[in-house]
Write a new protein. Sequence first.
Lengths: 400, 223
Amino acid sequence: MTSLWLAWRTTKRYRVRAMLAIVGVAVIGALLFDMLLLSRGLLDSFADLLRSAGYDVRVVAGEGLPIVRLPIAGAARLAADLRALPEIRDVVLIRIERATAQAASHTARTITIVGTTQTGGGPYTIVKGDDLPTSASSLDRCPVLVSRRLAASLDVGPGSSLQVSVRPEGIRSALPSIACRVAGVVNFYFAAAGEDSVATTMDALQDALGVPADAELILVASRPEAGPAAAVRAIERLRPDLRAYSNEAVLAQFNQNGFAYFRQISLVLSSLTMAFAFLLVATLLTVSVNQRLGEIAALRALGISRTRIASLLLWESALLVGAGAVLALPLGGLLALGLDRLLRQMPGLPDRLHFFVFQWRAVIMHAMLFAVTAAAAAGYPVWLATRLPIAATLRREVVG
Amino acid sequence: MKAVVEARRVTRLFPMAAGPVAALRDVSLRVDAGEYVAVSGPSGCGKSTLLHLIGVVDQPTSGEILFEERDVAGLSEAERSRIRLIRIGFVFQRFFLLPMLTARENVELPQAEARVPPADRRARTRELLEYVGLGDRADHLPSQLSGGEMQRVAVARALANRPALLVADEPTGELDDQTGEHIADLFDRVHADGTAILVVTHNPMLAARAQRRVAMKSGSLIA
């Protein structure tokens, strides 16, 4: 006949009250869980996205954020120098331009074209066809990988021809289009939803531009024994005019700037939901104790200790909050899926970026916050029940 | 005969907005082991206040309450609670059974609190429910019992830890005459089995069963 058992029997006895409390806590808990997922979800998703490329250092020209792209002078020679560093395993040059793509009788579409020296295993998943061929073995002048969306809208697949015309931003140009061949259809990790993307070799992009063009971004993979921090130091020693960022540094910068907004929203809404959960359970328990004052005074008169009464109420609170908090997890998960789908419709976001990402840390935090809420919500009812004057309460109950 | 409980010149004042009101004035009462005492008097005369003091749920403003020769004023709340659990059985006018527990579980509760081993408390509960004539209603909830049956369960619960003193506050107050008589019969048996009883009642039939009757008026004993 433990306090938990008594609390369970009480909860069962006052079924409707218990159900209302559990549903209330579950709804509030679902919101809290979503806020906890949101507080780190975008950052975790962004981290996954960065790591999915397989490179742990990003090199850009000059000052500023790593996403600001300026051409890196002498990028090709720099790549060779970087490859020679003992801290570095692999180097890839990247340049991104706006362009148009046209196939057969279809209307030309504006696309993002990515030139890369990487061949094989880039930040994409091949859906159909092949990867970009290595330049040495390729006879193609312009092999391209197209996004699934573009392949569908232009009705192209592996082996199809595509006319690509580069339109550098901020420059009025009338570059002639070049004929490209679709090597494969892919899902780009970094492509925004609603964005048509194409990847090709750096040589092909330079052909399309008509001039030798420097890369704007260099992706570097450090050697495991050296690590990204050592690679960053080596790059900065080699070219002090450039900025090298490890993935962790990029994430830290985004965590401080880009994601602070989400963290603040999450903190405010989490605090509000906790306050609602506290008020709901504290109110229900207080009402319940007030309804049972005579019963509690009688128990005290029978010699049931204050500790037992307190632990009974704490367990009641724990059962209501615990059941609600457990139900909140699947409910919050479903809600997160819907909200994530909604938020990801914002333009310009990489398709693989998510706002709500499942993390065990969020589950543990959710459980801890609700444990604190259960204890805090029981505080006043416990005080009320254990401090009540037994004789006066019994007298009031009889007179009442 | 040794006293189970003794009130010595106790006064109980209740603070009110218009000034303190004396519910008891200089009252002395002794209940010996195995004695059956009934306290009667008009409403508001201080009967329940006296019972609460003797039952160690309240403290006098002045005077002493000696329970088994110990002055309860010097005891901590935990110690007073322990006395109520082990040495005193309470029966209330409104029964105050826990509605979510069966008759059996209600009787087991004080024993569980007193850490009686489960097998012993099951046996004691069975014995008590048979004693009050409810052996076949052990698994019924209070809501499935009549008023008289609930009060019999309450008596069984009060006797669960073999108390030296049973205190009852208007135990027939919520019952019809016939059911009240059954409860009075039960009290007679409890008394005959050696438990001291202090009953506060308006019911002349119940008061007449006691060995000793005490009358109160305006916070004082008058007989």
